[in-house]
Design a protein around this ligand. Structure first.
Ligand SMILES: [Zn+2]
Length: 320
């Protein structure tokens, strides 16, 4: 029986991707469910299980185990979703429910942690002894690899790099604190800053409002306006970049990584940021902390979560 083929699920706030992954990290088959199409938690879980059973029945290969990357907090044993804010799920024993429905031994992992695994085993951090991943998307997540180990902390909560404080009197974050990196440089923070400025000075914010075409202003709208040189959009994006630089300097000084992997939708939309961050961290951080540092873009893109879920599934099969 080929235990190397595994099932991987990336369960986010808006979509759930389900895939079969062969050894060598090849995505063999993938389908996507849209979360909004299901009335409640039970309906979505049932749809997930049905889609997985269908996929298993179509597959000519034996499938060993299942890994599920979840946008939320997972218990240290990988059995239960403790809290998934975007889905508003609390205390959901998802691993057991999938096992019951599919017969596949299942483990859960936080999606950012899964992406860190993916980049470390197969992507931009491959082979690194000490590396940091920082994903700048709607929120900001990260992961720390130290001495060939992912740092998990005593309560499985290490790597929350989005909540590094970079401005002590800065804007309030979703965590309740003020001045977190996420509260300035994340997609939601960029959108919020733009909305606030538009509200205060509609004339200054006119280009961003036009770009949004009546829809809710997003970081993407601000990015597009900044690329055309709109003063307000440039100001907001520069502030986000400065916050990122401050965060990266602290990270370099604290962890002395050989590689810093930057990814996420907001980062990937800014062609100039990689070089600017690279230069600024070498100026701002201690020389010994950056001598061997390489700052690189994440390489697995949207599949990082799935691939990371596949890795934990494979480890589960092997009894690691
Ligand atoms: Zn925070």
């Amino acid at each position: 029986m080929d235990k190397e083929c595994v099932m991987a699920v990336d369960l986010g706030g808006t979509k759930a991707d389900i895939a079969l992954i062969e050894s060598g990290n090849i995505i063999r088959e993938k389908i996507r469910l849209h979360v909004k199409e299901y009335n409640d938690k039970d309906a979505l879980i049932q749809a997930l299980v049905t889609a997985m059973v269908d996929m298993l029945s179509r597959s000519e290969m034996s499938v060993g185990c299942c890994g599920v990357a979840v946008a939320g907090q997972v218990d240290p044993g990988g059995r239960e979703i403790l809290f998934a804010p975007n889905l508003q799920w609390r205390s959901v024993p998802l691993a057991a429910l999938i096992e019951e429905g599919t017969g596949l031994k299942t483990t859960l992992i936080n999606d950012v942690r899964a992406a860190v695994w993916g980049e470390w085993k197969y992507g931009a951090a491959k082979g690194a002894q000490d590396a940091i991943s920082l994903f700048i998307g709607t929120g900001i997540g990260g992961g720390i690899i130290s001495c060939h180990q992912i740092v998990s902390g005593c309560n499985n909560a290490a790597g929350e790099l989005g909540h590094l404080v970079v401005m002590i009197d800065g804007p309030q974050c979703t965590c309740g604190n003020h001045g977190c990196l996420e509260a300035i440089a994340s997609g939601w923070a960029i959108a919020k800053a733009a909305k606030n400025s538009v509200g205060k000075d509609p004339e200054l914010g006119a280009a961003i409002v036009r770009q949004a075409k009546g829809a809710d202003i997003t970081a993407e709208h601000v990015t597009m306006c900044a690329k055309r040189g709109d003063p307000l959009a440039c100001l907001i994006m520069d502030r986000a970049l400065q916050a990122l630089v401050a965060g990266v300097i602290s990270i370099a000084n604290a962890f002395n990584p050989e590689r810093l992997i930057l990814g996420g939708g907001v980062f990937l939309g800014q062609e100039a940021w990689l070089e600017k961050i690279d230069k600024a961290v070498r100026i701002g951080a201690l020389k010994a902390a950056t001598d061997k540092l390489k700052v690189v873009s994440a390489s697995l893109g949207v599949h990082a979560g799935l691939i990371g879920a596949g890795i934990v599934a494979r480890d589960l099969c092997r009894g690691v």
